[in-house]
Every structure is written in C-alpha cells, then in structure tokens.
Ligand binder design. Structure first.
Ligand code: C6P
Length: 420
C-alpha cells in the first residue's frame, strides 16, 4: 500500500470488490446503447440493490424443493416451509441482536412496516397529541403519519436540517412539548445521505418516556445496527435494498410495545379463534401477519443477511465512505456541479445538479453511457422544496461499486456538461 496515496485503502480493497462482483450475474451482463457495447455502472442502489447468485438460488430452491403454505399445513412439506420461514425470523433476530424472536414482524417492506405502526400506535392517541418527525423524511415516513394525524386529530412537528443537510437536533428542546407521543426519524436520508445522530435523539426522547421509530431503509443495508445497543423502539427496513428479494421487509418492535398495540390487518394467522361476530387476537408477531406471507421472501432475506455478514457490515460501511470521498473529490472539479447534502460522515449517496441541466436529461445522458443513476424528487417532496429544487440526479453506492464505476460516473457527468 502506498502510504502517500490518499486513496490507498480504497485501491487495496478493489481485489475484494472484484471478487464480490462475480457473485452478481446482472453486474456482468452485456449492455448496448446506440449500437455501442457498455459495461453496466449501477449507481441506483438507494433505490434497489442487485442480488447475488446465492439469493437467486435460495429463491429458486425454495420453489423447487420446499414450497408449501406456512403455519397451516400439518404435512411434511408445510412443516419444512414453516421451518424455513421461522428460521428466517431467527436469522433477522440475530442480525439485529433483538432480544426476542417475536419482536421481528415480516412485512412487505419499510413502507408497510411504518404504516403498521402509524395505524396501530396512533389508535391509542388522543386529539391534540403530537408526532415528531424531521424535514428530511421519505414519504414512507411522512404520509402514514399525515393519514393518522387526519384520522385521530394529531399534530405533526418537524426537526429542520441546515444547509449542509445536518439535522438540527439542538432545536429538540424548543420543539418538545409534553404532547409528543412518538418520534419517527430516518437513520439515513435517501437524498442527502445524512446519517442522523440516533443515539442522541433516542436518549432525549426516552428521558421523556417517548418511544422512537427508526426508518432504517437506507441504513440497515450499509452498517451494523444492533437494536438493543441503539435502544430504538421500532425499526423498519426493506429486503430489496440489501441484496434480498423485493416485496419483503421487517418491522422490529420492542416486545412490550408490540403486545400493547391492536392488530393491523384482519385475516388468517392473526387470530386465535373466530366467532361470527368477533375474534381473539393471536400473539406477536403473528398478530401483525395476516394472510399467507411472502415465504420465499423470508428465505431470500435470510440468505442475503448471511451473504452481507460474510462480506462484513463494518467493511461495507468503511468501503462506501472511501468510495464516496474519492468520487466527491473528482465530482466537485466538474464545472457547475452542485451537491446537495454535505453532512460530515454521510453515507454513499450523492444528490446533485449541473448548471441548468434538468436532472432527467442528465440521468438520460448518463444512462446512454451505461451509468444508471436516479433522477427526480426521490419520494421526498418536502425535502426537495426545502432545498429549493424540483428534482436532483442521485448516484448511490453499494459495496460492489468500483473505482472504475466512480470514474465512469464522473467522466459521464463531465461529458454531459460539455454536450447538454
Ligand atoms: N427509497 C429511493 O430511491 P420501500 O419502498 O418500502 O422499500 O422503502 C421506502 C423507503 C423508506 N425510507 C427511506 C429512507 C427510503 O429511502 C425508502 C425507499 C427509494 O430512495 C425508493 S423511493
């Protein structure tokens, strides 16, 4: 390693990254744009990540060998499928270091997990009670609370962020009232890349006996999260953003809180006994899992977690920070580039605009070079308004992105500036 090279650690990691890339068939697929062969530079990982072969094999293997409905059939195949499904719950429990397996509820994803809490938790609140959010939330951690606020007469309050995209938690004392019943905050912004100071927010809220929900959609795939150490009360995340299958996700909730909440949806599995007029609710986690679940989703997420833990969550976090620093160093040299979100220690997300070029035109130009980025409001309208923009282009990294990917991205942006 050349100690004078500021990117020596990043360069030294490239062998490992290239080995890992071989696990992802889609990263090696041929692409043609305008008759020219291109290599896929996939920088839309905050949107969804690619899947390694082991996850694809697990999904196929589930259907080839083990498919049967869970928790209903008494036959051997049903028992095997139930073992796989409940085994996935144990896997998620150890991944998060949850205290109890019943604290792991399977959902369709982050969005459903937050809707579940918004509907059930707010059911016990009174008109005039308050929910504290932030101004950088994804719609998934905003609209469910707006809907609950309309239904139960609640008030929503917001922690602002500064021009660098840093959450202004120093405003917590002035925002706080004794009507706040829950704090819901993103662990990492999907637009700014800001990693929020959860420990401080949670300590502040807990000192006032108020629970905290963490939107972990952009954090859980990229860094180790230990729910007991963090002491969050709820944590939501999506399988598809962490190498797992889509349409599947997790709500972690502390046992005593989950036990107090009413059921979410009605149907099979969430009941113990049903009469014509009424029903008895099942125990957690089944109370919140009505209907036939996404069984292969659970198997696939468990395989994805095995894979990510083998790669190493701490390594992933460190690697993405190195790649981000390398890319930023080059990107800011491109004339006319404005980057939105410069919080210290931010995650591997770069939202940006170049001169007067519309984000969609920019992303279309990059796409023709094989560089996939997202353009738009990134499901965070209020955040975009706060930034004073309609949309931005966004490059987002995962551990399989290389220095070549970063170079190709910056080069394509530079060309776009010249051509558009
Ligand atoms: N953000 C993005 O491109 P679902 O759709 O339920 O898996 O995740 C919703 C969600 C919730 N919170 C945050 C912080 C998110 O980033 C997302 C999804 C994607 O930024 C798709 S809009």
């Amino acid at each position: 390693m050349d100690l004078h090279d500021p990117h020596a650690e990043l360069r030294a990691a490239q062998d490992k990254v290239h080995r890992l890339r071989a696990d992802f068939p889609i990263l090696n697929r041929p692409l043609t744009y305008g008759g020219k062969a291109r290599t896929l530079v996939y920088l839309d990982n905050a949107n969804t990540t690619q899947k390694p072969q082991i996850v694809l094999d697990t999904l196929m293997g589930y259907y080839q060998n083990s498919n049967a409905n869970v928790a209903r059939a008494i036959h051997s195949l049903g028992e095997e499928s139930t073992r796989i499904f409940e085994g996935a719950r144990d896997r998620v429990k150890t991944f998060l270091n949850a205290a109890h397996r019943e604290e792991i509820i399977f959902t369709k994803g982050t969005t459903e997990a937050i809707n579940l809490v918004a509907l059930t938790f707010c059911d016990g609140l009174s008109a005039g009670d308050e929910i504290l959010l932030t101004e950088m939330e994804h719609h998934a951690n905003l609209v469910p609370w707006q809907m609950a606020a309309a239904r139960y007469g609640l008030t929503l309050k917001f922690i602002p962020f500064d021009d660098n995209g840093v959450l202004q938690i120093e405003k917590l004392p002035e925002l706080w009232t004794d009507r706040i019943r829950l704090v819901a905050v993103t662990a990492m912004s999907n637009v700014l890349g800001t990693i929020n100071p959860l420990a401080e927010i949670i300590a502040f809220a807990h000192a006032r006996n108020v629970p905290v929900l963490v939107d972990g959609a952009q954090a859980v795939p990229h860094q180790k999260i230990d729910v007991q150490e963090l002491d969050c009360d709820f944590l939501a995340f999506s399988s598809h953003k962490m190498c797992g299958p889509t349409g599947f996700g997790v709500l972690y909730g502390k046992k005593d809180l989950l036990e107090k909440l009413p059921p979410y949806q009605g149907g099979g599995n969430m009941i113990r006994s049903v009469w014509l007029e009424t029903f008895d609710t099942n125990v957690i986690p089944y109370k919140f899992e009505a209907g036939t679940p996404h069984m292969e989703g659970a198997a696939g997420l468990a395989a994805a977690i095995d894979y990510l833990e083998t790669v190493g969550l701490d390594w992933i976090h460190r690697y993405e920070q190195l790649l981000l620093a390398y890319t930023m160093e080059k990107l800011v040299l491109v004339p006319g580039v404005t980057v939105y979100g410069n919080a210290p220690g931010k995650g591997g997300i770069i939202s940006f605009l170049v001169n007067g070029i519309h984000a969609h035109d920019l992303s279309e130009y990059l796409d023709r070079k094989g560089v996939a980025v997202r353009a738009g409001h990134h499901c965070a309208h209020p955040l975009a308004r706060r930034l004073g923009v309609v949309s931005t282009a966004r490059a987002s990294f995962y551990f399989y992105n290389t220095i070549e990917d970063a170079d190709a991205f910056v080069e394509a942006v530079r060309e776009a500036v010249d051509k558009l």
